[in-house]
Design a protein around this ligand. Structure first.
Ligand SMILES: Nc1nc2c(ncn2[C@@H]2O[C@H](COP(=O)(O)OP(=O)(O)OP(=O)(O)O)[C@@H](O)[C@H]2O)c(=O)[nH]1
Ligand SMILES: [Mg+2]
Length: 429
């Protein structure tokens, strides 16, 4: 792939963070969101100099903050020696352009910051392509702003001139590139589909880890599977889904997938860009919701995750809640409260390993609840089927005769159709 379309310069940015608080709302709401923005800025390599909160009822359509506020901000920026301003909310292309002109330096919004982190963390070809597409979608309506930044001042608003023609060419190049990326991603998607169908044919059950970014999904994944996926105190350390085998306490073999984390105010086209993660979520037999139980805003984070699940139409899937980071002070009180209102909650520390056995039992129980009990009569000549069945199913009873086996099993829902030829009449659908 080509160079990233848009990146910020790491390490050299000195940032002022801007949040907006509507009157009547408690101050913690914006502070909390700014905490997260500061963490995003830090992950992107910027130094946070100061936070500024403006109180105003609604964003100004042209400049987001009021003109008077913008003027005061210029003075503050100069005083602090900032070279970038980061807004906690998304800016329209017009607001971004006007603000850059009014403030005289680089203006980023939350989406740009997240995109930048995604660009830094993407490793697989698939992940890189998806980030590039999300960047292009973000950039397209903002090309004029980019072009003026690069000194093509002639094509002002509503004028046509050499600058404007340049923008047209850039736009066409960008659109061409987007078509190429979509084509490449479709091919990758087909390959993933084949892989998944292969897994399904073999009857593997799938657990998919989901949760707010930094909740400890990768740490838990590594503990459960012995993998060594990067787990880091950064937001969006994981971008590419990874799948490994998982052995449950009842010896049933299953698969578990680690995925990209969710975050509040995640713009929709960014979610769409992470097709691979979405597919893993949609295909899962059981979702494993990992929660940072020591986080002061654990409730809001859970709500944000639930909201994404609703948007994806998968909130009715079987779900196990893993209340993580129980080794940290402050977790205990929250665990009790969260456990009361979240489905099938278990408390663990993925770091120390405490509670992991309970978690595995909870996964097995949930899968069992998501499976069907069948009575089968299988000819011994179907040896391959029997061997695969033993891997995928829980066997409650079995009896062998000269040329056939009688079995009572629990199979994942994905296995029901595969077992149909051997089902005894009362199990027939
Ligand atoms: N104290 C403590 N820290 C933990 C625990 N689990 C994870 N962490 C830490 O939390 C941070 C984030 O962990 P990750 O496993 O990378 O979290 P993630 O959910 O995969 O994060 P993203 O991939 O960025 O969305 C790391 O610094 C981990 O060491 C835990 O049980 N206790
Ligand atoms: Mg991770």
């Amino acid at each position: 792939m080509g160079p990233p379309l848009y990146t910020t310069e790491a390490g050299r940015e000195r940032a002022l963070l801007i949040g907006v608080l509507p009157p009547g709302r408690p101050a913690w709401m914006v502070q909390d969101s700014l905490d997260e923005l500061a963490q995003l800025a830090d992950t992107a390599g910027a130094e946070v100099l100061e936070r500024v909160v403006f109180r105003q009822p609604a964003p100004h359509p042209a400049t987001f903050i009021g003109r008077g506020q913008a003027e005061r901000l210029v003075a503050q920026l100069q005083e602090r020696g900032a070279n970038v301003v980061m807004f906690d909310d998304d800016l329209t292309p017009v607001q971004g352009r006007n603000l850059e002109q009014a403030l005289g330096l680089k203006v980023l919004d939350r989406t740009q910051l997240i995109l930048d982190i995604f660009a830094r963390h993407a490793r697989s070809r698939d992940g890189c392509l998806q980030v590039e597409l999300a960047q292009a979608e973000y950039l397209l309506p903002r090309l004029r702003r980019q072009a003026t930044q690069f000194g093509q001042q002639k094509g002002g608003i509503g004028l046509s001139g050499p600058g404007e023609r340049q923008i047209e060419i850039d736009r066409r190049q960008l659109q061409k590139r987007m078509v190429q990326i979509r084509r490449a991603l479709a091919a990758v998607g087909r390959r993933r589909d084949e892989l998944r169908h292969g897994r399904r044919r073999q009857g593997w059950s799938l657990f998919t880890l989901i949760g707010y970014t930094n909740a400890g999904k990768s740490t838990l994944f590594n503990q459960l599977t012995g993998a060594s996926v990067l787990a880091d105190d950064q937001l969006f350390a994981t971008l590419d889904p990874t799948t490994r085998r998982l052995r449950l306490p009842n010896r049933q073999a299953a698969l578990i997938t680690d995925t990209v984390g969710f975050i509040r105010k995640l713009p929709h086209h960014l979610i769409d860009a992470f097709q691979a993660t979405l597919e893993e979520v949609i295909q899962a037999d059981v979702l494993v919701h990992v929660v940072d139980a020591a986080h002061p805003r654990a409730d809001e984070q859970c709500a944000a995750v639930t909201q994404v699940l609703i948007e994806l139409g998968v909130h009715e899937k079987p779900i196990v809640t893993v209340l993580n980071k129980c080794d940290l002070p402050g977790a205990a009180a929250q665990v009790r409260r969260l456990a009361e209102r979240l489905p099938r909650a278990v408390a663990v520390s993925a770091l120390t390993g405490a509670g992991l056995d309970d978690a595995l039992h909870a996964l097995a129980d949930c899968l069992a609840a998501a499976s069907r009990q069948l009575r089968l009569c299988v000819p011994l000549s179907a040896g391959a089927f029997l061997a695969a069945l033993r891997q995928a199913a829980r066997i409650h009873a079995e009896r062998y005769e000269a040329d056939q086996a009688w079995l009572e099993v629990s199979v994942p829902l994905a296995w029901v159709s595969r077992c149909a030829p051997y089902g005894l009449p009362e199990d027939a659908p």
